[in-house]
Design a protein around this ligand. Structure first.
Ligand SMILES: C[S@@+](CC[C@H](N)C(=O)[O-])C[C@H]1O[C@@H](n2cnc3c(N)ncnc32)[C@H](O)[C@@H]1O
Length: 1008
């Protein structure tokens, strides 16, 4: 019997929920534990597990209704979750005077805070309250839309703006449980009971859910939270620590959480006392530093002073603070001046006034005509490689480092109220003495702390894809080189307070808190002086999935880390089912699960093993103490990566292993995002060769709002491929497979279109294309072989560049079918008579008119229609700004006369026939097509002030007697083009659309 997810999945609602979860930024349940890349939304995991456990009945509509009820994603559920916002005035009231002063004005929140900032602020205020105070604050929520009917009438994504996430409410009401039980024949009163009962029914026990690539832990954590027995494993110890913490620290319940909070408090207080005693963050004006700004400086050949480097000298937009450099006498070192400037002057600084690094060149601050390439400054032999003992550059290193600004703060009393006053200043002699003291204190402890693992001691691996630039650009060879002496001293001081942690959970908590700081406070954290950041703040090290060196950066003081270090972890009820986390290569797993949900790394841009080492360098020795069974090493050689033969081999091995460790009734879900058909083909063959067959595939948009999907250029869908073990191994034959694929693709698309027409879902082109690939996989993977060819052999067959496997050919054929099934609305009659390249051009315009700008999508379409050279048809082929050339933009390019037989082989009319490769290889297939000539006629019409006569004449001359047979089709196409200019963002087409309308009118009334 199929499960719910094998028949349907409410992907539009799920996409909206996943988006809401993502937007919660720092207040997502697991993100507070630390950074991991590619975390899967918990709601997606919850829905997937439920969908794999819930049986499908004969009543699909009722199934869907019940499924949504269980997840509180039905109308009643969303209304129940619509608790409304707590008014800003109530937040203000609940905040401390300092927070009030900093973030609130007389009429609520201050301007310029991003949604994430607000979320973080509210979390901070909330967490500082007692349970009673929290309850009182919660009671002030007001449903922004008090009328139920009005609320229900909103599109789902808009409703969610006012809703809690499903994970944060108690779940369906008793009345709803009665409905659910009646349909499913269960007796549950909560989600975990339901999960248990469904599991008992299929597997004879509480369902066991595993993830062999568990990363940040979303899958095992959510599985355990909803009542499954959960198993997580990963190769990387940092992932291991995060997952372990999600299960044991968050899932440990109130007692564990209380112990963790106590250890956090005490460790912070002890480190803070020590740092205060050292006097390295306090001055004699009663102020404590909040942030230190450092920059690199360099003395290029021919320049007799060091140039401090930064692409911008803005310090704080909120107060117009900038840094200016002067040279006193013949000093080798320039003098910084940190000051507030006028609005006009500040604007210049925002526009990079005084920038000393522009386009990878160092610019002389006093003579903008003098500049040096950064690359050349590193010298032909590259930079000196730092040794373990180096914590600052040596005097003769090319790149020096210096402090240029400090942000000070002190609380004063104004009108009887405490007020935080801030001051930005260049360092004075006393500050520089404190810098020297930091260095001395660090050096005194350096060796001991490295030995104890309070500061990193690991070398950065050579020749990594990400780490390579650390050697090249700065000469850094050890992970601790990515931190200032100040950061090393204060972090080391904090980690050395481990004795306050009396449980393993608390020890892990302190480590993870340190990891969070490392991400937000390293030499790779740029200083963000934007207004939205208030007095300024650091950006995280991993703004993207890379290790980028910087010329200037911010360094938060230990005092400023207080909120973050004391911030409680997300509070979740204790997990009651069995759960475990193993640090093991997925090939070696020896654990039985009924359901495996995996999100493997494939053809992937994320180098987990390299990036993870940034954190592992802080954790390794502590991990060894708390987890003696774990190897505190990323074991890069075992990490699945790339897309070549090694990748395929390890993946087949891993999925064979997982299939071995599940019962015949078990299910798998493989989540991934890639859209390249070659990757799909690879993945399909891998899973096929592993003995699995696909039974369904759904794309959930995990990064962008469902409602905004059509507009978004950066839609990131997660494909959820559902698989079972292949029990029979019947042979398949290509010629039989094609029609089956065709049927399956059409069926899949029709069912998606039916949902689309319901008004809510809105799939985009990417979804349809992926659905086509998945449909092909579904058909193919039912068979044990194809035309007698063994699948495993095919996976590893060596192919010449560009050579395709049968599998890939079928997948691409599926795409072609999908492309052809998706006829732009209004072109249904004309479609049959168009050539593939004409269809391609029109489909491209169709997706462009719906906001699609990603080049990849135009390339995908081209593959579907078999068009090999799209460049001549595009006005722009920017990665995220692709546009199709309009009739006028094409002008006379890509245009050749129609041959007697309708081919385009005869004399060229255009002056610029086919840019690029096509020109050399003969005219572009589009060049002689009727559509191309029709576009030229539109262009002629537009160029003649919308007089249609020249255009009509052109068509009659071009097609001769054939014109009459084509006339009706032309009118249809022209009417379609006439509507294009009305679409949002299609301004380019306005004039051509008008011309098309005029020409259509003329052609309609044309007589022999
Ligand atoms: C895409 S991530 C998983 C993210 C995870 N689903 C989450 O929600 O955070 C892939 C994971 O596979 C892990 N990995 C890579 N090679 C592995 C192997 N041979 N065995 C086990 N895990 C591996 C990486 O360390 C990484 O954490």
């Amino acid at each position: 019997m199929p499960t719910f997810i094998e028949t349907q999945f409410p992907i539009a609602r799920l996409s909206a929920e996943a988006y809401k979860e993502r937007k919660a930024g720092a207040s997502q349940t697991l993100t507070g534990l630390g950074k991991w890349w590619g975390r899967k939304p918990l709601i997606l995991v919850r829905a997937s597990i439920l969908g794999m456990l819930m049986p499908a009945s004969n009543d699909a509509k009722k199934d869907r209704e019940i499924f949504l009820k269980i997840l509180t994603m039905d109308d009643d559920g969303t209304w129940q979750r619509c608790k409304g916002e707590i008014p800003a005035a109530a937040w203000r009231e609940a905040a401390t005077p300092e927070v009030q002063e900093e973030f609130f004005g007389a009429r609520g929140l201050k301007q310029g805070l991003s949604d994430e900032d607000k979320e973080a602020l509210f979390t901070q205020i909330w967490d500082a309250l007692s349970p009673e105070q929290q309850q009182a604050l919660d009671a002030q929520r007001m449903r922004p839309i008090p009328d139920r009917a009005e609320f229900d009438a909103l599109p789902y994504a808009e409703r969610l703006v006012h809703c809690e996430r499903p994970e944060n409410i108690a779940g369906p009401t008793p009345a709803t449980w009665a409905d659910i039980n009646a349909h499913l024949g269960t007796t549950a009163t909560c989600l975990s009971e339901l999960i248990d009962q469904l599991g008992q029914r299929t597997f004879g026990h509480t369902p066991r859910v595993g993830d062999s690539f568990c990363g940040g832990g979303s899958i095992p954590f959510e599985a355990a939270r909803i009542g499954c027995e959960a198993f997580g494993s990963d190769l990387n110890p940092v992932a291991g620590l995060l997952t372990w913490a999600s299960l044991n620290l968050l899932g440990g319940g109130p007692e564990v959480q209380a112990e963790v909070a106590r250890a956090q408090q005490q460790a912070f207080a002890a480190a803070d006392r020590q740092i205060t005693d050292w006097g390295i963050e306090h001055n004699d004006r009663g102020e404590r530093a909040e942030a230190f700004l450092y920059c690199v400086e360099v003395k290029p050949e021919g320049c007799d002073y060091y140039i401090p480097l930064a692409p911008s000298w803005v310090v704080a937009e909120k107060y117009n603070i900038v840094t200016r450099w002067t040279r006193v006498g013949n000093a080798e070192r320039l003098t910084p001046e940190v000051l507030a400037v006028s609005d006009a002057e500040f604007k210049l600084y925002k526009d990079k006034k005084g920038a000393t690094v522009v386009d990878s060149r160092v610019v002389d601050p006093f003579d903008p005509n003098r500049s040096w390439s950064v690359e050349a400054l590193r010298g032909t032999d590259g930079l000196r490689r730092w040794t373990n003992d180096d914590v600052v550059p040596r005097p003769d290193d090319v790149f020096q480092e210096r402090l240029y600004c400090i942000r000070w703060a002190k609380t004063v009393t104004r009108n009887g109220k405490p007020k935080l006053e801030r001051r930005y200043a260049a360092p004075d002699a006393a500050d520089l003495a404190r810098e020297a003291q930091v260095l001395t204190l660090l050096r005194e402890r350096f060796a001991d702390w490295q030995r104890a693992g309070f500061i990193p001691s690991r070398a950065i691996p050579e020749s990594g894809a990400e780490t390579d630039r650390l050697f090249r650009e700065r000469g850094w060879t050890h992970w601790h080189h990515l931190f200032t002496p100040r950061q090393l001293l204060t972090y080391g001081c904090y980690l050395s307070q481990g004795a306050f942690a009396t449980s393993k959970e608390a020890r892990v908590a302190l480590l993870l808190k340190l990891g969070v700081q490392a991400n937000w406070n390293s030499k790779l954290c740029s200083w963000n002086g934007d207004k939205s950041k208030g007095p300024g703040n650091t950006d995280q090290t991993f703004v993207n999935q890379a290790l980028n060196t910087l010329f200037n950066h911010g360094n938060k003081s230990f005092g400023l880390l207080q909120d973050s270090l004391l911030k409680p972890f997300a509070k979740t009820p204790s997990l009651t089912t069995t759960h475990s986390m193993q640090l093991v290569d997925a090939r070696e797993i020896d654990h039985e699960c009924d359901i495996w949900i995996t999100d493997p790394p494939y053809a992937d841009a994320v180098n987990y093993h390299e990036l993870g080492d940034f954190f592992l360098s802080w954790y390794d020795k502590q991990i060894a103490k708390s987890f003696p069974a774990w190897t505190p090493d990323a074991r890069a050689e075992l990490a699945v990566r790339g897309s070549g033969e090694d990748f395929r081999r390890s993946m087949v091995e891993i999925y064979k292993n997982l299939a071995r460790h599940m019962p015949n009734s078990g299910l798998q879900m493989v989540m991934f995002t890639h859209q390249d058909p070659a990757v799909w083909a690879d993945l399909g063959m891998i899973l096929w060769a592993a003995g699995l067959k696909a039974t369904a595939a759904w794309t959930v948009s995990t990064e962008t709002q469902a409602g905004g999907m059509k507009k978004g250029n950066y839609v990131q869908g997660t494909v959820c491929l559902v698989l079972r073990k292949r029990s029979a191994n019947e042979p398949g034959f290509l010629d039989e497979v094609y029609p089956l694929v065709e049927d399956e693709v059409k069926r899949q698309i029709a069912s998606m279109q039916a949902l689309d027409e319901g008004g809510e879902p809105n799939f985009n082109d990417a979804d349809y294309q992926l659905a086509a690939y998945a449909a092909a996989l579904k058909v193919l993977t039912q068979y044990g072989n194809l035309d007698g060819k063994d699948v495993e052999h095919e996976v590893f067959a060596v192919r010449a560049k560009g050579e395709k496997s049968d599998f890939q050919a079928v997948i691409e054929r599926a795409l072609g079918i999908a492309c052809d099934t998706l006829i732009p609305r209004g072109l249904e009659n004309a479609w049959r008579d168009l050539s593939l390249v004409e269809r391609y051009y029109l489909r491209s315009l169709d997706i462009e008119s719906r906001g699609e700008r990603r080049k990849g999508m135009y390339e995908e379409l081209a593959r579907g229609f078999g068009v090999t050279d799209i460049k001549p048809l595009l006005k722009s082929d920017k990665a995220n700004g692709t546009r199709v050339a309009s009739a006028s933009a094409l002008a006379a390019s890509v245009l050749v006369a129609v041959g007697a037989d309708g081919s385009g082989a005869t004399g060229q009319i255009g002056t610029n026939v086919g840019r690029g490769r096509a020109a050399a290889a003969g005219p572009h297939p589009f060049a002689a097509s009727p559509l191309r000539h029709l576009l030229f006629a539109v262009r002629e019409t537009a160029a003649n002030d919308n007089s249609p006569e020249p255009g009509r004449q052109y068509l009659r001359d071009t097609f001769g007697q054939g014109y009459w047979g084509r006339r009706e089709g032309f009118v249809n196409l022209l009417e379609w083009l006439a509507a294009l200019g009305n679409a949002e963002g299609m301004g380019e087409w306005v004039a051509d659309s008008d011309a098309a309308r005029m020409l259509a009118g003329r052609l309609r009334n044309d007589h022999a």
